[in-house]
Design a protein around this ligand. Structure first.
Ligand code: CTP
Length: 410
């Protein structure tokens, strides 16, 4: 007799799916199907634009509930008023979240049913943007998303790749399976922690660094900081005193964590050493390896056909931390993002930097790595390794911190 699989954390969850007016609206049909397969109850509200791409009837057939399309529907309002619907939801998911919808939500507008529901609900909000890549990159859209993220919205995607209009870039709706995985991660009861790190001080670095070229330009990278923030949150839940040295990212500070914001590799190094003494150092930041020898005092003007930058190596914070002996560190953990020969390169860094552990993940694959909410990774130490299959970063962070607590005892 085989045991039945454990219920998804989405089982019994009430999800209000708001569909915006973009071509990716058709993918939201699959999202409804997958959410229902995971055991969630789904109600759908559509903007007027969304109805140009997919019919309310299609959503109705898949959700098993009447689709809501307008604030001014007497019949629907009698069955369940829109404020009641906003209260009903355990989570509101906006997919696709178009540029227009993000702008309206950022401004707290209530000019149609979807915007009103998002304004009236107290449920957590997940936004899945999808649009033309130029619209996504526009500072107005970026500012709107930043405002919504700061207010606590979970932002999934958009993904990079071919777009409907024949162009390519960031703008694709995150695949429904990945949205469901991220929602399941968010719906899972928070790991209460177990005091495994009680009495220990942990310094975590996270996010990218920006190396200024001149007053308006910098060299940066695509690290989102999500993994480092999740590790800091997890260590704090396990009773540690946590200092999080964060590069430029717009993520909320996890509860119980002291955060120090920095910009460059040099500033990160200074903040890390200022946080010592500590028991553990976890270097999850994607620190720039090179920085301009002399950032220009004024904006660099274009002159010749090509421009060579004079860059110098940044201090390797992780190697420096691992090499010092005065700060009482019990364990130093590094990260490695590799595109090939993951184990070989990771073990090379473990030895070269004299680390106690290195956590490696493959980047450049569709699901996982920088900017993604999910990831798969392997931790290596001198005489062992442990693989963590693809999971939301919050889950991976818990598993990793458990392993770190285990290795501390070893
Ligand atoms: N790191 C650091 N300081 C630097 C560069 C990297 O502390 N100046 C840390 C990162 O926080 C991460 C690890 O080192 O924990 C990454 O190792 P690294 O050898 O820098 O990886 P890559 O930059 O990917 O190296 P390479 O380009 O040689 O693969």
């Amino acid at each position: 007799m085989s045991a039945s699989p454990p219920a998804s954390p989405l089982h019994g969850q009430r999800i209000l799916l708001c569909v915006g007016g973009g071509i990716a609206a058709y993918k939201s049909l699959e999202l409804v199907r997958r959410l229902r397969e995971a055991g969630a109850q789904v109600q759908v509200a559509m903007t007027a634009g969304a109805q140009q791409f997919v019919t309310p009837l299609s959503f109705q057939a898949l959700s098993g509930q009447p689709t809501r399309t307008t604030l001014w529907d007497d019949g629907a309002e009698q069955a369940m008023g829109h404020l009641e619907l906003a209260r009903w939801a355990d989570r509101v998911v906006v997919a696709p979240a178009t540029a227009d919808l993000l702008a309206r939500l950022a401004h707290g507008m209530a000019d149609d049913l979807v915007a009103t529901l998002c304004l009236a609900t107290e449920a957590p909000l997940t936004l899945c943007p999808a649009m033309n890549h130029r619209m996504w990159r526009h500072p107005a859209t970026q500012a709107n998303v930043a405002v919504l993220a700061q207010r606590g919205a979970q932002v999934l995607g958009p993904e990079d790749g071919p777009l409907a209009e024949g162009e390519s870039g960031p703008g694709r709706l995150t695949e429904p399976a990945a949205i469901v995985a991220a929602l399941a991660g968010a719906a899972a009861p928070a790991d209460p922690g177990d005091g495994a790190l009680a009495g220990l001080k942990v310094v975590v670095s996270a996010g990218p660094t920006y190396e200024d070229l001149d007053p308006v330009r910098y060299l940066g990278n695509r690290s989102s900081g999500k993994m480092g923030f999740a590790v800091a949150a997890s260590a704090a839940r396990r009773g540690a005193e946590v200092v999080l040295v964060a590069g430029p990212v717009s993520l909320p500070t996890p509860p119980g964590v002291r955060r120090v914001d920095v910009r460059s590799a040099a500033q990160m190094r200074e903040a890390v050493f200022a946080a010592f003494p500590a028991d553990l150092y976890i270097g999850a930041a994607a620190v720039a390896d090179y920085t301009p020898r002399e950032p220009a005092a004024n904006k660099i003007k274009k002159s010749s056909e090509s421009l060579a930058l004079d860059l110098v190596r940044t201090p390797d914070i992780l190697a420096e931390v691992a090499a010092q002996t005065t700060h009482g560190l019990k364990l130093v953990v590094g990260f490695a993002a590799e595109t090939e020969k993951v184990a070989e390169y990771a073990r090379g860094k473990l030895a070269a930097k004299r680390l106690d552990m290195i956590v490696a993940n493959r980047v450049g694959i569709a699901d996982g790595g920088f900017e993604s909410d999910t990831n798969a990774m392997t931790a290596y130490w001198k005489d062992g390794e442990r693989a963590f299959p693809s999971a939301p970063k919050t889950r991976l962070a818990d598993a990793l911190v458990d392993l770190i607590a285990e290795r501390l005892q070893a």
